[in-house]
Design a protein around this ligand. Structure first.
Ligand code: F6P
Length: 365
């Protein structure tokens, strides 16, 4: 059985580990003895781009877009961040440039039996569309945003929260030395999980998330409430997709990617500027940007990469296609891809967010 595996969308720590564990589990000599079919693993370079653009009849094109994977090749991959297969934001089903027929023909010509896609709602949306076209697909959840429905965990999220926490710890010394307000912008697009968890774990004073538009006057009030106290600095964490009441989200430019996403960014500078103007406090801002996706995987991401990779192979053996591996209430299971890609998993304000103090809830009463 020939498995093609690919990583799509924003990169993050944990991707290499998932590729490694799919490969190791599929080729495991102990497990092979108990199986009726052998596996061959093909790594696809640059996500759906590689599988769409490869010319199966051209050996050079195959060498440019595909990699034969075996246990020796992937042996150490789980220790390194990013994705050794490369990634892209290519959407073969983009109505403006639909290349899905070419993609399906390539899969058939290459003799691929199953495609394992590791990604977020965009990458797995393509896997779901392929499944609806009769291709056997399995998804592994990955996004630092934590916004995939159908799973309590997506690869990359824990490593990103650790980075946010470490960077805010670092900022505290300089904020304290100068008595400044620091506004820290996180990624997360339209879900506030990274800001919420990163802000709570680093003890931020104010956390602003896309799910609850904020009043800049209220932000200033909260800062002034603290003004007289001995601590003369504050940390504010804000999601790149957060919105000030009456304003739209801040975008870097008008460009959209193959899935229709704009590049968000700039709200932290706006908030710092407003605070300085309205309160007289010194304010600075930091955009953590792609630092949140860099570096080596946390222990949790290494563990989840292993669990998800093993589960993906079990799903193939069980014939569970058109489904995504899922961590649900602490158990490894699977859900239909259609459920995972239908809409985003957003922060439940009622359950997790204090709309008066702009921070995580302190009591569930
Ligand atoms: O989807 C993950 C993500 O990191 C978002 O949080 C962020 O807005 C986006 O990717 C950045 O995309 P790119 O790396 O293509 O600039």
């Amino acid at each position: 059985m020939k498995i093609a595996i690919l990583t799509g969308g924003g990169d993050c720590p944990g991707l290499n580990g998932a590729v490694k564990w799919v490969t190791k589990t599929a080729l495991d000599p102990y497990l092979a003895k108990k199986r009726s079919s052998d596996f061959e693993i093909i790594g696809v370079l640059q996500g759906w781009k590689g599988l769409t653009e490869v010319d199966p009849d051209d050996p050079e094109s195959c060498a440019r877009n595909l990699r034969h994977l075996d246990e020796e090749t992937v042996r150490a991959w789980d220790r390194y961040g990013g994705t050794n297969l490369g990634t892209s934001r290519t959407n073969p089903f983009n109505p403006k440039n639909d290349r899905s027929r070419k993609l399906i023909q390539n899969i058939e010509k290459l003799g691929i039996d199953v495609v394992v896609a590791i990604g977020g709602e965009d990458t797995l949306g393509v896997a779901n569309n392929l499944y609806k076209c009769g291709i056997k697909t399995v998804g592994i959840p990955k996004t630092i945003d934590g916004d995939l429905l159908g799973t309590d965990y997506s690869l990359g999220f824990d490593s990103a929260v650790n980075i946010i926490t470490e960077e805010i710890d670092r900022l505290r010394t300089t904020a304290g030395s100068h008595g400044r307000i620091f506004v820290v912008e996180t990624m997360g697009r339209h879900a506030g999980w990274l800001s919420l968890y990163g802000g709570e774990s680093s003890g931020a004073y104010i956390i602003l998330i896309p799910e609850h538009p904020f009043s800049i006057e209220r932000v200033c009030e909260l800062l002034q409430e603290r003004g007289g106290r001995e601590i003369q600095y504050s940390i504010i964490v804000v999601s790149e997709g957060a919105k000030q009441e009456g304003l739209q989200e801040f975008v870097k430019d008008k460009k959209v990617d193959d899935f229709g996403h704009t590049s968000l960014g700039g709200i932290a500078a706006h908030i710092a500027d407003e605070i300085a103007k309205r309160t007289g406090f010194e304010a600075r801002y930091v955009i953590l940007s792609h630092l949140q996706r860099g570096g080596v995987p946390s222990a949790r991401d290494r563990l989840m990469a292993r669990r998800f990779g093993i589960a993906a192979v079990d799903m193939i053996l069980n014939g569970d296609f058109g489904r995504m591996v899922s961590l649900t209430h602490g158990e490894i299971t699977s859900v239909p891809l259609a459920k995972a890609v239908d809409k985003l998993r957003l922060v439940d304000i009622e359950k997790f967010y204090d709309t008066e103090r702009y921070n995580g809830k302190r009591s569930i009463l």
